[in-house]
Design a protein around this ligand. Structure first.
Ligand code: PLP
Length: 377
């Protein structure tokens, strides 16, 4: 057999789980190993236990999840990956690295659930969060103190699509203190368009509920660590807290990943078409589209149009979440960002006229037409 080389991401995805799935029958698709525990041969088997090749108890490791995690680590260029029960569980796992009194710098426009969790961490654990506007890199440098342990960013941001230069953030953070961890929530662009570890980030998280799984049918999260050292601490906390993904959902996510690349290309071409078509409508004030991926935000002229729009849509569903085959429209001020103080929301531009569209894989002309007729007179 030839030595394994680094394959293109498309090949990696299509081949995920084939050849390295531990199955004695050489199945092409990784089997679902529904076993909570695994038999040992003898004492020596336990004494020389190799967690990379053997299994004992499924919270620690189980074959289907192991194949998924190895795939996720390769996709994001990390040393170690963890598949967990939701995106929030992924964020929680990363925050298990920090202690009371630690300071974290975060970009100011984040997923609503992240805000809620960060407030909880301040109240219950005394972790301090300093907000950065995601624009001025001098401001970022000035926010770093001797207590700063991490910089947490989402790019493009949710829902106002601000783009942050990851390389600049990691340069500033690491030049100031090499122990500051730069963490990137890569849910929106996925490794198809953005590979934060290549730009110097230390940790990548995903809500795999979104594009990685892509079918609006499961909840999952992923954490990928750049280094073995961070990976080992995370592994201890992962096993200790039990935030693991079960074998069935691990299989479902692995299976979904195989089409990630083609799905992302179609999400992008559909969103490009729909964004251009929205921009031509007189009822639309402004369209925000970062040029890649399937997420578009747009402002309608007044809030009276919103309810009517939701009611008149025939294809696009009025529903939370994103990243799936089916197109979804949400109103962040009432849904994903409801827990944010109104003044903070408005400062970020999250008004009652702002809508967020997750462009699915339907025919793009059908989607554009659905929005046009629903917004029309
Ligand atoms: C949805 C989402 C999360 C949370 O993930 P869940 O799977 O819903 O727990 C975190 N970050 C971003 C950017 C998200 O869109």
């Amino acid at each position: 057999m030839t030595k394994k080389k680094h394959f293109d991401i498309d090949t990696l995805l299509a081949q995920a789980g084939n050849r390295d799935n531990h199955d004695q029958f050489h199945s092409i698709s990784t089997p679902i190993y529904l076993s909570s525990n695994f038999r040992h041969r003898d004492l020596e088997d336990v004494e020389n236990f190799d967690p990379e090749k053997q299994y004992s108890y499924s919270r620690l490791s189980t074959p289907t999840r192991k194949v998924l995690q190895d795939t996720l680590a390769k996709l994001e260029n990390g040393a170690k990956a963890f598949a967990v029960s939701s995106g929030m569980a992924a964020i929680q796992l990363v925050f298990s690295l920090f202690n009371s009194g630690d300071e974290i710098i975060t970009s100011d426009d984040l997923y609503g659930g992240s805000f809620r969790y960060f407030n909880y961490l301040t109240e219950h654990y005394g972790i301090k969060f300093n907000k950065w506007d995601g624009k001025s890199y001098d401001t970022l440098a000035s926010l770093i103190t001797p207590h700063t342990k991490a910089v947490w960013i989402e790019t493009p941001s949710n829902p106002t699509m601000k783009v942050i230069n990851i390389q600049k953030v990691t340069d500033i953070a690491h030049n100031s203190d090499s122990n500051i961890l730069v963490c990137v929530d890569n849910t929106f662009l996925t490794p198809i368009y953005q590979q934060p570890i290549r730009e110097g980030a230390d940790i990548v998280v995903h809500s795999a509920t979104k594009y990685l799984s892509g079918h609006n049918d499961m909840l999952a999260g992923a954490v990928i660590a750049k280094s073995k050292e961070i990976g080992e601490t995370l592994e201890f906390n992962f096993n200790t807290t039990g935030v693991t993904l079960d074998p069935f959902d691990s299989w479902l996510l692995l299976r979904s990943l195989k089409t990630l690349s083609v799905r992302m290309q179609r999400h992008t071409s559909n969103a490009t078409y729909v964004a251009a078509s929205l921009a031509k409508l007189p009822q639309v004030e402004k369209v925000l589209y970062p040029g890649q991926g399937g997420m578009i935000s747009f402002y309608v002229q007044n809030r009276n149009q919103v309810d009517r729009l939701f009611k008149r849509l025939n294809i696009i569903s009025f529903a939370e979440s994103l990243g799936g085959v089916e197109s979804l429209l949400t109103i962040p001020s009432l849904q994903t960002h409801r827990d944010m103080a109104k003044a903070d929301r408005l400062k970020l531009g999250i008004t009652d006229e702002l809508l967020r569209l997750s462009v699915g894989l339907e025919n793009p002309e059908d989607l554009a037409e659905d929005l046009k007729q629903a917004l029309g007179d």
